[in-house]
Write a protein of this length. Structure first.
Length: 251
């Protein structure tokens, strides 16, 4: 899938979004998340609060966006970049794992900040829903015309699986008080391997992806022959089937 380069207007919007999220994170580090107002973020980014509201619904969204910036688009792009013959379930899983592990020291520090605040954790988990729209488009293209509805269901399932994996990864430090601490804003630290959590959450979706690909293959090739498979010659000349070597008789 080829995406045209963004125009001037889109580039300006992207620059404004980046300025807002960077300002939000910087102020959160300097003052603490609870001491940052929307007006402060807007002023630091050189825009009005009204403009701020066109990009983010809360300060938490802006702060978290500094960590998750454009991740959903990068996941979709990574899936689209996989070879056409690659198994779709594997392409999606590897793209998700790759992009969630693609963080630097700056993002790790921000993640530690996020884990200390319930509102920030909730906003971080909510970002998983953003995976659905761009991933739907990529899956639909892979499944051709047969998969428009299926693509949306599969992409929504991926978003839900990612959220479940992140919830399992962001677990409170104390086992006995895990549920209470998670809801009360206690310190939460990443537990276990995030790639393992993501792969485990996405694994149940593999049969659905495989079934969708098989259905698409049958509709593209009604003979049922898959790539590299030949049609049985005995059935190639069955009544009603035109053989390539035979001229078409017109009445």
């Amino acid at each position: 899938m080829t995406t045209p380069p963004p125009g001037l207007r889109e580039r300006k919007k992207q620059a404004t979004r980046e300025a807002l999220r960077e300002a939000a994170l910087r102020l959160a580090f300097e003052r603490g998340p609870d001491q940052v107002r929307v007006e402060d973020i807007a002023e630091a980014a050189g825009v009005s609060p009204r403009t701020y509201n066109n990009y983010f619904a809360s300060r938490e969204q802006a702060i978290v966006s500094a960590v998750t910036a454009d991740r959903e688009a990068r996941i979709a792009a990574a899936v689209a970049a996989r070879p056409a013959g690659a198994r779709l379930a594997d392409a999606v899983t590897e793209a998700v794992v790759e992009q969630y592990m693609n963080t630097g020291e700056h993002e790790h520090e921000a993640l530690l900040l996020i884990t200390t605040q319930t509102a920030l954790r909730d906003a971080f988990l909510d970002t998983a829903a953003g995976i659905e729209p761009p991933l739907t488009a990529v899956i639909a293209e892979r499944l051709a015309d047969a998969g428009a509805h299926t693509a949306r269901v599969l992409a929504a399932s991926v978003a839900a699986a990612v959220r479940i994996a992140l919830e399992g990864w962001l677990q409170p430090t104390g086992r006995a008080e895990a549920a209470e601490s998670f809801g009360a804003g206690g310190l939460v630290v990443p537990s276990g391997s995030l790639p393992d959590q993501l792969r485990a959450a996405l694994a149940p979706l593999a049969p659905a992806f495989d079934a969708a690909e098989r259905r698409t293959s049958r509709e593209v090739d009604p003979t049922g022959a898959s790539a590299g498979q030949t049609v049985d010659p005995e059935h190639a000349d069955a009544p009603g089937r035109h053989h390539p070597s035979q001229p078409i008789q017109r009445r």
